[in-house]
Design a protein around this ligand. Sequence first.
Ligand code: DX5
Ligand code: ZN
Length: 230
Amino acid sequence: MSFDRSIKIAPSILSADFANFGQEIQAIEAQGADWVHVDVMDGHFVPNLTFGPPAVKAFRPHVKTFMDVHLMIAPIDPYIEAYAEAGADMITAHVEAGPHIHRTLQAIKAQGVKAGVSLNPGTPLESIEYVLDLVDMVLIMTVNPGFGGQKFIRSGVDKTRRLRQMIGDRPIHIQIDGGVTTETAPLVAEAGADVLVAGSAVFKGGSVAKPQIYGENIRAIRTAAETART
Ligand code: DX5
Ligand code: ZN
């Protein structure tokens, strides 16, 4: 996949129908999703539990675009190989999840998949300064991770702007995750983000029987973000 800074919408399947992931993934891709965002939670790093490697492996054949696996787990290192083998195109690790983020990112790259590093809302940008050259993406959390449908934390906008400056002309994506809507997408797009994760704002009102609603939601977020950039 070639690098560009165009706006990409990555629906989080945390907001999909858990009894019907295959069709949900097909529906969001048919309706314009650029990436598919998979939120992995362990009930320890975050207070919720979601998908082990066998679940991610079951999603894989349905994803024709790009499967972005957001690990909210601690420890991370013992599970990197399993999530890579399950078919992740990118694995994102939280800087807060352990003392050795540099080693973790090296281990992700060693699996031949793209590597992302994520920052919780309370974590300063300086914590990733010395790993920037190891990553394909930085994920700025704009909610405290664990649940969909939370309110956007606005300090993420300034953090995004400063990160965009830190990155300069390096080919590193900036992803925003949490509370992305048609109201908040323009703020982060203007500040320099290019990959927008959205759970509730994409899935609200739609279903596999009414997939055109997903399309309307995706287009509305994309248009709001692109308009803010021009
Ligand atoms: C939060 C997850 C998000 C979440 C986003 O812990 O990482 O990906 O699903 O959901 P919304 O868009 O509803 O805030
Ligand atoms: Zn996420």
